[in-house]
Design a protein around this ligand. Structure first.
Ligand SMILES: [Zn+2]
Length: 437
């Protein structure tokens, strides 16, 4: 018995320090970590203005302030901001400042926008070269997990090479030149409806900051819960270069489409799409039902995990075909750097019949479902258009709830009304009785 207890105690004692060491392996252990937060843009440099409600430089500051506030809760962090005022500072000056305070890491905060307002999702840009690549990757992974947890679609962890083979992005390049790991966090696209719901008001921008802080605390091993740090991150060493973070300069080399099932009565066409890219994962797809003249908005490629680099190369898509339409279907698969390949055109169908719901009810619900689609990452393999077809039960549930509330409301007022009538009746009866006597 004694022996067994001794063995258990020994294993526990062995486990505790082991876990501590494991947790700190993401970054070398220190008593104090010097963190520099870089709110991008400022002054005349507004950042993106694609959302008319705000400028990037302003919302970045809100995120930065919440982030600093959160980091200050840890005694292990000494935190600096590259700018506290609304002024623009040259990128090399920001890096120089980080060097002057002996920074362990610089985090540059940004929000994204795309030229045609079509892209959505969150991403982190990290250094190209060791040892900063490994540090950047580990932090970015934890940060993207926080963003996914919020409901955003991860566009993954990325690197970009400039003409001189150095890091393309100035802040990363300037920091690398000064021996400081730096990353650019592009929280989300402020000009696309599916992301815009996450950056609508002050509390949203602050939430991004708090989540960045959690990722930073986990990265340095000072967060109270390190149990959810993925095993694979401990395997990344200072010399690792993660292949799926590298840039891709061409579209998918394969993109073919075949018919799986045509449900004419319900207006749903199921197609199988095969798409592969030699260098990277497939990120988005769009589809056309008019033979490639016009294409839908972007959807996440089902079962493609940009964060881990895993994906399914063949997926089923369910497309809603409008009433009376004879579809000619094509799909475009987009790889990580938004280069695409268009599939063959599927044709030879008869006219589809789509069950029509009252338009006034269907229209707003459709938008809500599309927004929710990015929230629920597990369900994102289902085409939102198809979900609209499946909306009826949910709508029914909603009206049943309303119906009961209405019934309760009516019952409540009828009860008081009857009580009132009874009271008045007795009152007048009493009066007439008095008069009679
Ligand atoms: Zn920016």
């Amino acid at each position: 018995m004694r022996k067994i207890i001794c063995i258990i105690v020994f294993l526990v004692l062995l486990y505790v320090p082991c876990e501590r060491v494991m947790a700190n392996e993401l970054f070398p252990k220190k008593d104090k970590y010097i963190i520099v937060i870089d709110p991008g843009h400022g002054g005349e440099n507004l950042g993106t203005e694609s959302n008319p409600n705000y400028k990037e430089k302003d919302i970045i500051m809100k995120t930065a302030q919440a982030l600093v506030e959160e980091l200050k809760k840890y005694e292990e962090f000494e935190v600096y901001l590259t700018r506290e005022e609304d002024i623009d500072i040259e990128l090399h000056e920001r890096a120089k400042f980080a060097k002057s305070v002996n920074a362990d890491f610089l985090f540059s905060l940004h929000y994204n926008a795309s030229e045609n307002h079509t892209l959505f999702g969150t991403e982190v840009w990290i250094p190209l070269y060791a040892p900063f690549h490994g540090y950047g990757y580990k932090f970015a992974y934890l940060q993207q997990l926080q963003m996914q947890d919020l409901g955003l679609f991860s566009r993954g962890i990325r690197t970009r090479k400039g003409d001189d083979n150095k890091d393309y992005y100035g802040i990363i390049r300037e920091c690398a030149a000064r021996n400081i790991p730096a990353v650019i966090i592009e929280h989300c696209y402020i000009d696309e409806s599916r992301d815009a719901i996450y950056c609508d008001e002050d509390s949203d921008f602050e939430e991004f900051g708090r989540r960045d802080a959690i990722a930073i605390a986990k990265f340095f091993g000072v967060h109270e819960d390190l149990s959810d740090i993925p095993e694979e991150l401990y395997k990344i060493s200072k010399n690792t270069i993660v292949s799926h973070t590298l840039e891709d300069h061409s579209g998918p080399n394969v993109c073919t489409i075949t018919e799986e099932h045509a449900d004419y009565e319900n207006g749903v066409l199921t197609v199988q799409v095969k798409a592969t890219d030699k260098n990277t994962q497939i990120m988005y797809y769009t589809y056309s039902i008019d033979g490639g003249k016009t294409f839908s908005k972007f959807y996440p490629w089902p079962d493609s995990d940009l964060l881990t680099g895993e994906q399914k190369l063949s997926v089923s898509l369910m497309l809603s075909i409008p009433d009376g339409h004879i579809p000619k279907v094509a799909v475009r698969a987009y790889s990580k750097n938004e280069f695409y390949n268009t599939s063959n055109i599927l044709k030879g169908f008869d006219a589809f019949i789509t069950p029509t719901a009252p338009p006034a009810l269907q229209a707003p619900l459709k938008e809500v479902v599309m927004q929710k689609e990015t929230v629920d990452n597990e369900k994102r393999s289902v085409v939102s258009i198809f979900k609209v077809v499946n909306l009826q039960p949910e709508k029914f549930k909603l009206s049943i709830k309303r119906f009961w509330l209405l019934l309760l409301f009516i019952f409540f007022w009828v009860f008081w009304l009857l009580l009132g009538v009874r009271f008045l009746y007795r009152y007048f009866q009493k009066k007439t009785d008095e008069r009679k006597h």
